[in-house]
Every structure is written in C-alpha cells, then in structure tokens.
Design a protein around this ligand. Sequence first.
Ligand code: PRP
Length: 217
Amino acid sequence: MSQLYVSTHPLMHHKVTKLRDQSTESRKFRDLVREITILLAYEATNDLGLESVSVQTPLTTTQGFRLQDRIGLVPILRAGLGMVNGIWELMPQAEVWHIGLYRDERTLKPVEYYNKLPVAPTVQVVLILDPMLATGGSATATVDILKRWGAERIKFMGIIGAPEGVAVLQDAHPDVDIYLAALDEHLTPEPTKPGDPPAGFIVPGLGDAGDRQFGTA
Ligand code: PRP
C-alpha cells in the first residue's frame, strides 16, 4: 500500500483554514495555493536522489550535492495549474506536462481533453498536482496515462482529499504515494431535496478549487 502523508504543520493548518473560508477572494486563494504547495513539496521531495559535486566556497573547496533526478510536474487542468508556481520556486528546472481532465457532472467520471506528452518519458520523478482528490477518478486516470507513457516514479500532491478518493487511488495504484495538506471527512451524497449540494463534493472542503482560483464561480 502506498504512503499517505497528511500535514500536521501549524502553518499548513492556518493556511488551509484561510483557503476553506468562503470569503477568501481569488487573489488570496491563489497565493494560498502556491504557499501550501511549497510546504507540501518539502515533504513530497524528501527522497529525491542526490549526486556529489565539488563546490568552491570563498574559503576552500568542499564536497556538496545536487539533485540527480529530473523532475516532471503534471498539473491536472485546470485547478492543478495554481500549484506549479509553488514548486517552481523550489525547483525552477522542473519540466511541466499538462493533462486536461474534467469531471463529468452527471457521472463524476473523468473526461480527458488535453494530453501532449512526448513519446517517451523525459523525467525520472513525476509529481501530479491537483488541489482536490474527491472520488479519486481524475487522479487515477492521470496515473494510468503516466504509466502508459512509461513513468516509473509517480507521486500525487493534493491540498484536500476525501477518504473515498484516497482509497480509490491507493487501490488502483498502490505504488503512488499521496501527499495532502488536509484529509477531509467525506463526499456529499446524491441530493435528495432541492437546495442540497451536488454529489461528489469534498466536505467540509473548500468549494471548487478551479473556480475559486480563476474567478469563475
Ligand atoms: C476537479 C478537481 C479534480 C477533480 C477531482 O476538477 O480539480 O481535477 O475535480 O475530482 P475527482 O477526484 O472526483 O475526479 P474539475 O472537474 O472541477 O475541473 P476544473 O479543475 O477544470 O475546474
């Protein structure tokens, strides 16, 4: 079974709470997504390979390290886009390969609409970026795509996840570790009366991360 990492850091709790707040406007929401991604990336990259290099300091020559693995970021459009800049601040050389999926509102199944991956993998480690792990369909479909591409080391980075989505992704891909800023309670069920929220939304959640980042709510 894959590793599930859920942050317990006070800064993360503070920022996720601001993200959930319905009064947080788009500009602040985007800032928080970037900051939370930086904090999460610190954990998600803790096993990256290093190679030795020598470095000339102002005083002497010493041995140091540089990252060995080529890193690929795969933001799931649209909402994953906002997480890219956070990781680029830490690893500006990371390649970005976009995957376009949207969740069909009726079936909740992912529908692929954009994929320009090159013929063969160009990176050793792939970080999938999507703020929301709800039913797990989009994340699972993205790992399917990346494995068919030939990616060997894949991790999923999200901001909030539902237990249902975590279970689906872990069942389908037990080799893909999951990093979340918060693990939420459950998904909304099928509505039974007017005014109920649609099915498949994370509770307590933060609404729709794509709409809130891009001001399209
Ligand atoms: C949201 C979210 C995930 C997906 C999660 O995207 O960003 O990609 O739903 O749901 P799942 O785990 O049930 O598959 P959405 O379809 O709203 O598209 P958007 O990012 O373009 O708004």
